[in-house]
Write a protein that binds this ligand. Structure first.
Ligand code: SF4
Length: 227
């Protein structure tokens, strides 16, 4: 999945304080033309469901997660139901998403903590969200960006990581450092658009193994680093 990545050690002149590219506007305009209604492709009907679906999406396609949650969210309605679920049964329900034992454990631990600390309500700040078990910045940003339209940060998943490197928006490898670069480059009012748009761009055009540069709307703006 990391086939286009450059190594930060290959760029000794790069400093951690400044992202390497400053004029992001043309890129944002092209992305908006290509993905005017960019949204995450997970299905949900409450912030809690989106939180669960995002945890399940680790190492799994959104399509498969959507197939599982279509019945899962009918069977378990809300954090109490997940917290009190029979763990073995829940594991079986989550099996198609892979890493199902760990995911069942994460979803139950998160649900219990959500009930204990926040009365079962998904909090609105990243600082509170990342105190929940199994919830790192990426998951927290997906929930805050999508369910609450709060520009808490820029989601950095495997697609955003790869595409940002190829576009020369970052020379970093770690998601937290890449997110910091993107937060400096992209105006905050664009963060909730930029994340989903780059995820879609990475999923369907700038794919890991065979990026479709010839048909890419960003072609003339892209240094194609590592491609
Ligand atoms: S031109 Fe190629 S490397 Fe650059 S964003 Fe498009 S598909 Fe990716």
């Amino acid at each position: 999945m990391m086939s286009g990545a450059i190594s930060s050690s290959a760029c000794p002149e790069h400093t951690a304080t400044m992202p390497p590219r400053t004029n992001i506007q043309p890129l944002l305009e092209r992305l908006r033309q290509a993905h005017p209604d960019a949204r995450y492709e997970l299905n949900w009907s409450s912030p809690y469901e989106l939180l669960v679906a995002t945890i399940l999406a680790a190492q799994c396609t959104d399509e498969r997660v959507n197939r599982v949650t279509a019945t899962l969210f009918q069977k378990y309605r809300g954090p109490q139901a997940f917290a009190e679920a029979n763990t073995t049964e829940l594991e079986e329900d989550l099996r198609p998403t892979g890493f199902y034992k760990q995911k069942a454990k994460s979803v139950q631990a998160m649900s219990r903590e959500l009930l204990a600390k926040f009365g079962g309500e998904v909090p609105h700040t990243i600082e509170q969200l990342i105190t929940l078990p199994g919830v790192a910045r990426k998951t927290a940003n997906v929930v805050l960006n999508t369910a609450f339209n709060i520009p808490s940060g820029v989601i950095v998943d495997t697609h955003v990581l790869r595409v940002s490197q190829r576009l020369g928006l970052t020379k970093h490898e770690k998601p937290e450092e890449i997110e910091r670069d993107l937060m400096k480059l992209v105006p905050q009012d664009q963060w909730t658009f930029f994340g989903p748009a780059v995820v879609l761009h990475g999923r369907y055009t700038c794919t890991a193994r065979k990026p479709r540069c010839e048909e890419c709307p960003l072609n003339d703006l892209c240094p194609k680093i590592g491609v």
